[in-house]
Design a protein around this ligand. Structure first.
Ligand code: 6PG
Length: 251
């Protein structure tokens, strides 16, 4: 499995670099094309990217063909400051012309186990299913935590817990907050997976994962390797600072 790495001088050029790479996905769907299903990342890093998407000229992005999902959600109400849905609503949804049926939020206010099942069913009803029985997202955007988590799959999570289908309930190791997250097999079924990583605080983890250091092998972010899809690490210079010349080449 090959993956690519793209390194940019600063967070702003990181954002435009990701958009330039994904422009076809966002702008080319024709009326008769199938819908494009994108799972969004939470946290702070992607805020600037969603802001950039919202700032594109009207009509450039075919929002009527794009369905937005969440890779994970904190189990809080949608208006809570911790909510990944609220972050995307403020940075993107409130500023674009997208119909409600194209927005598939995880209901953080619901019972976590029930919601993991409901969300899985909504995914099953809307996405193409692979021959191995997994939903195929066109794009999954991911960040990484300093502990090597991605989405809300944490180092102590049961990585492949499919008891509730394609999404599962986890809890944040530090504050115990319940989360709902897509499972690792679903992440690895996507046509494209993009890690968006910015800032020096992630540099150690980036080096461990990209450098395939032993202590990283079992970390969730290191286990994201799409079976057939494209995997690209989009990094700014600070996040890539520990990578050596060899590791910085597309491999
Ligand atoms: C979340 C995210 C999580 C995030 C990383 C990085 O809900 O917080 O899904 O996986 O991507 O924790 O977060 P930052 O971008 O805030 O550093």
């Amino acid at each position: 499995m090959k993956y690519q790495m793209k390194i940019y001088d600063d967070p702003d050029s990181l954002v435009t670099g990701i958009y330039d790479h994904l422009k076809d996905l966002f702008t080319s769907p024709l009326p008769d094309d199938p819908p494009v299903h994108i799972a969004l990342a939470g946290g702070n890093t992607p805020r600037a990217f969603y802001d950039y998407l919202a700032s594109r000229p009207e009509g450039e992005i075919r929002w009527n063909k794009i369905h937005l999902w969440w890779g994970d959600e904190r189990c809080v109400p949608p208006g809570n400051s911790e909510s990944n849905y609220r972050m995307v609503r403020e940075k993107l949804l409130d500023r674009i012309d997208i119909c409600a049926r194209n927005v598939h939020r995880i209901r953080g206010e619901a019972n976590p186990d029930s919601e993991a099942l409901r969300y899985s069913k909504e995914i099953e009803e809307n996405l193409p299913i692979s021959s191995t029985g997994l939903p195929v997202f066109d794009l999954i955007l991911l960040g990484i935590g300093e502990d090597g988590h991605t989405a809300s799959i944490f180092p102590d999570s049961d990585f492949k817990n499919e008891s509730t289908g394609y999404s599962m309930v986890t809890s944040h190791p530090k504050n115990g907050q319940s989360r709902i997250t897509l499972t690792l097999p679903v992440l690895n079924q996507a046509r494209r997976v993009i890690f968006m990583v910015s800032g020096g605080s992630k540099a150690d983890m980036v080096e461990m994962i990209i450098g395939k250091q032993d202590e990283a092998i079992d970390l969730p972010a290191a286990k994201v390797f799409p079976e057939e899809g494209e995997l690209i690490w989009f990094l700014d210079r600070d996040a890539a600072i520990h990578l050596n010349r060899q590791e910085k080449k597309s491999i």
